[in-house]
Design a binder for this molecule. Structure first.
Ligand SMILES: [Zn+2]
Length: 631
C-alpha cells in the first residue's frame, strides 16, 4: 500500500486514490479526506460553486448561471511514489483529471497541483479532512478578525474569497480534533477561496479551492498541511511563523524607523468624521473639545475626498473639505487623513478595467453619479497625481476599498492583469502613501499587503453566536505590524449601516453601534477604538444603493457619542501601552466564547466578558457584563 512517513506525519493513499489519510505520529490522531469533497470543474469559469448538497451533473448551474463543481473521483484514480517523501495522486472523472503531489516537508505535508498533467480548471485542493470517525468538528477561520466555529447548528455554505467584507483576511484555516488541529495554509491566495460548509446531513467540510486564473489553473497551486496543538494560539503562531519565514512580516519598529510619523498612531482614537461637509458644525472647536476630553492622539479621517471626480453631491450635500484645519490637527498632535479613492473612475476614461467581454466593471453609485472600477495599474499614477495636487499636506491617507475588493482580472489591451498582478499593483497604490511618509489605512484587512499599509478594516461586531464566536486571529498573527480597525461607518456609536445590503443580518453580521461589545473586542485584541464623534454622513435609503441617500449627523453632545467616547478612552490608553507589541497568546475561558483572555508580549493580560452578567476570572477577578479588564 502506498504510504510515506517521517517523524511527524504518515500519509496513506489507497491504490485507487479514493482513500487518503494523514496520521499525526506524535499523537496517533488520524485525519481522513472526505472523498465526496473531491469536487472540480472544467468550464474555466470564475467562482464555480462548491456545495456538497448540490454535487451536480457536469454543466449544471445555479440560478445566475454559475456552474456547480461536481464529483470527479468516480473513476478509479491512481497513485505512484516519487522517492520516499512524495506520492503523486491522480483523480479521474467526468471533470477530467487532477494530478496532485503530496510531499512531506520539514513540518508538514505540501499538496501541489501538477498543472501540466491536470485538465480541470478549478478544484478543491485537496478536499476536506476530518478526524477519523467525526462528522463535525470545530473550525478556526480567518473570516474578518477570526471565527471559532464550534461545528454545531444547522447547515450553511460559505464561499470565502480574498475580499474585505465577506471573504477571508488571511489564507489559512484549521479543523480542530481531539488531539491536534490540522492547519491548512493556502500558498497562492489570489486565485483561491475557502469553501466552508456544514451539510444537511451534518458533515463539516472546509477546504481550499484552487480557482481558474484567466480560465485555467495556469500555474502551480499548493496548500501546506501541518499538525499543531488544538488551540487558537498554536494555529495562529504556526501561520505567523510561515509569514515570517517568507520574509513578509514587517514590524511596527521597522515601519516607524522608515516613517516616524507613525508613532502617533499608538494610543489614537480612530476618529471618523463623515464623507459630507457639515455646514452647521464648528469642526475646529470640536477637535479641541476632543483633545480636552483626554484624546491626545487621533487618526482623523477624512478631511477631504481624493477622487478624480470633484464636488459630487451625497445626500444632497457636498463632500467634506476641511483642509483648512490641517494646521490645527498638526498642533493637536492628530494624524490627518484624506480619502484617497482611485478605485472608482469615470466610465469614459482610459483608467477603467475591462472584463473578458471588454465591458467595464460596475462601481460605486451615489445619488445620480455612477462610477466604474479603475484598473490598479492606472490607479498608481492617478493616486500620485491627486496627492501631488489637492490632497497634499496630510500626515495620513485612507485608501477606499483598495485592500478590500476581491481580485480582478483586467482585459484592457493597455493594461491587462491577472489577479496576482492585481494584488501587486494594489500594494503599489497603498505605497503611494507610505512613500510620502504617511500613515496609510485602507478598507479591508489583507495580511499579504501588511508591509504596504498600517490600518486595515472590517470586523464582526457581535462576538457570540449560538454556534460560533469571534476570536482575535488577525491580532495573533499581525498585531505588531498592522492595526485591525472597524469599517469606517461601523463606529462604536453608529448603527446606520447595518441595513446596507442587509449586512447586519448575515450569518456573520457586520455593522456598528454595538458599543460595549466593540470596545471589549478591541481591548482583547489590543486594537484602537473607533468613534464617529461629529460630522455628517449619508446612508442608503433602506440600505439599498439604488434607492438613493439620506443624511445623518453626530455631535459631541449626543448621548451615544458621549457613551462611545467614554468606552473609547480606556481602549485608546491600552493601545498606547500594547499597540506595538505582539499578541502572544489567547485563551477561551468559557465554552460559549463569552469569556476570553489575551496576553501581550510585555505580560499585559486582558480578560473580556461578552455576557450580560458578571463573570469571574482568576487573573483579574470580577469582570462586569459586556466589559473588559487588563492587568
Ligand atoms: Zn487594466
Amino acid at each position: 500500500m502506498p504510504t510515506i512517513r517521517d517523524r511527524n506525519i504518515e500519509l496513506f493513499v489507497s491504490k485507487d486514490a479514493r482513500t487518503i489519510r494523514l496520521t499525526n505520529r506524535a499523537t496517533g490522531g488520524r485525519w481522513v479526506l472526505d472523498g465526496d469533497t473531491a469536487l472540480g470543474d472544467r468550464s474555466g469559469a470564475q467562482w464555480v460553486r462548491y456545495d456538497l448538497d448540490k454535487r451536480s451533473k457536469p454543466g449544471a448551474t445555479d440560478e445566475r448561471g454559475t456552474p456547480y463543481a461536481y464529483a470527479f473521483n468516480k473513476k478509479a484514480g491512481s497513485v505512484e511514489a516519487l522517492g520516499d517523501r512524495a506520492l503523486v495522486v491522480t483523480r479521474r472523472g467526468e471533470a477530467g483529471e487532477l494530478v496532485m503531489r503530496f510531499e512531506l516537508t520539514a513540518d508538514g505535508c505540501r499538496v501541489s497541483i501538477v498543472v501540466g498533467r491536470t485538465t480541470v480548471t478549478s478544484c478543491a485542493l485537496p478536499g476536506a479532512f476530518r478526524p477519523e470517525g467525526a462528522a463535525a468538528m470545530a473550525v478556526a477561520l480567518p473570516k474578518n478578525q477570526g471565527i471559532w466555529h464550534k461545528g454545531t447548528g444547522g447547515p450553511f455554505n460559505h464561499d470565502l474569497d480574498r475580499e474585505g467584507h465577506g471573504g477571508f483576511t488571511m489564507p489559512f484555516f484549521a479543523g480542530i480534533g481531539e488531539h491536534e488541529a490540522l492547519l491548512t495554509i493556502i500558498e497562492q491566495e489570489h486565485d483561491a477561496r475557502m469553501w466552508f460548509q456544514k451539510t444537511a446531513g451534518g458533515r463539516m467540510a472546509v477546504s481550499a479551492v484552487a480557482d481558474a486564473s484567466l480560465g485555467r489553473l495556469r500555474y502551480e497551486r499548493s496548500v501546506l498541511l501541518r499538525f499543531v496543538e488544538p488551540n487558537l494560539t498554536a494555529i495562529c503562531q504556526s501561520y505567523r511563523q510561515y509569514v515570517k519565514d517568507g520574509g513578509n512580516l514587517v514590524t511596527w519598529e521597522e515601519k516607524i524607523a522608515a516613517r516616524p510619523n507613525l508613532e502617533k498612531l499608538f494610543g489614537a482614537l480612530m476618529c471618523f468624521i463623515g464623507y459630507c461637509q457639515d455646514a452647521d458644525l464648528d469642526y475646529a472647536a470640536s477637535f479641541k473639545r476632543l483633545k480636552a476630553m483626554g484624546f491626545d492622539r487621533a487618526f482623523v479621517y477624512p478631511l477631504a475626498m481624493g477622487n478624480i471626480v470633484e464636488g459630487y453631491p451625497m445626500g444632497g450635500r457636498p463632500p467634506i473639505d476641511i483642509r483648512k484645519h490641517l494646521g490645527l490637527l498638526a498642533e493637536l498632535g492628530y494624524i490627518s487623513a484624506g480619502w484617497m479613492w482611485t478605485e472608482d473612475v469615470p466610465a469614459d476614461g482610459p483608467d477603467i478595467a475591462l472584463n473578458a467581454e471588454g465591458k467595464p466593471f460596475g462601481g460605486w453609485t451615489i445619488d445620480e453619479y455612477k462610477w466604474c472600477r479603475g484598473c490598479p495599474v492606472r490607479q498608481v499614477a492617478l493616486s500620485n497625481r491627486i496627492q501631488d495636487e489637492r490632497m497634499k499636506g496630510f500626515t495620513g491617507h485612507h485608501f477606499d476599498v483598495t485592500a478590500s475588493r476581491g481580485g480582478m482580472e483586467c482585459f484592457h489591451a493597455d493594461h491587462p492583469l491577472d489577479r496576482r498582478e492585481d494584488a501587486a499593483w494594489r500594494r503599489k497604490v497603498l505605497e503611494t502613501g507610505t512613500k510620502r511618509g504617511l500613515v496609510v489605512s485602507s478598507e479591508g484587512f489583507w495580511g499579504w499587503a501588511s508591509p504596504s499599509y498600517d490600518i486595515g478594516s472590517v470586523k464582526i461586531a457581535t462576538p457570540v453566536h449560538a454556534d460560533w464566536y469571534t476570536v482575535p486571529m488577525t491580532a495573533l498573527v499581525y498585531h505588531d505590524s498592522l492595526v485591525h480597525d472597524w469599517w469606517e461607518v461601523d463606529n462604536y456609536n453608529n448603527p446606520h449601516h447595518r441595513s446596507q445590503h442587509k449586512r447586519g443580518e448575515r450569518y456573520f453580521p457586520l455593522g456598528g453601534g454595538w458599543q460595549r461589545l466593540q470596545a471589549a473586542q478591541d481591548a482583547l485584541a489590543g486594537q484602537p477604538p473607533n468613534v464617529f464623534p461629529f460630522g455628517s454622513q449619508y446612508a442608503f435609503v433602506e440600505g439599498v444603493m439604488s434607492k438613493g441617500t439620506e443624511l445623518y449627523r453626530y455631535n459631541l453632545d449626543m448621548a451615544e457619542v458621549k457613551e462611545a467616547l467614554a468606552l473609547a478612552l480606556p481602549v485608546a490608553r491600552l493601545h498606547r501601552r500594547v499597540g506595538k507589541l505582539a499578541l502572544v497568546s489567547h485563551e477561551t475561558l468559557a465554552g460559549d466564547g463569552s469569556v476570553q483572555a489575551s496576553v501581550f508580549s510585555d505580560g499585559t493580560r486582558v480578560v473580556v466578558n461578552y455576557a450580560d452578567e458578571p463573570r469571574e476570572s482568576a487573573a483579574v477577578g470580577v469582570v462586569e457584563p459586556t466589559s473588559w479588564k487588563a492587568v
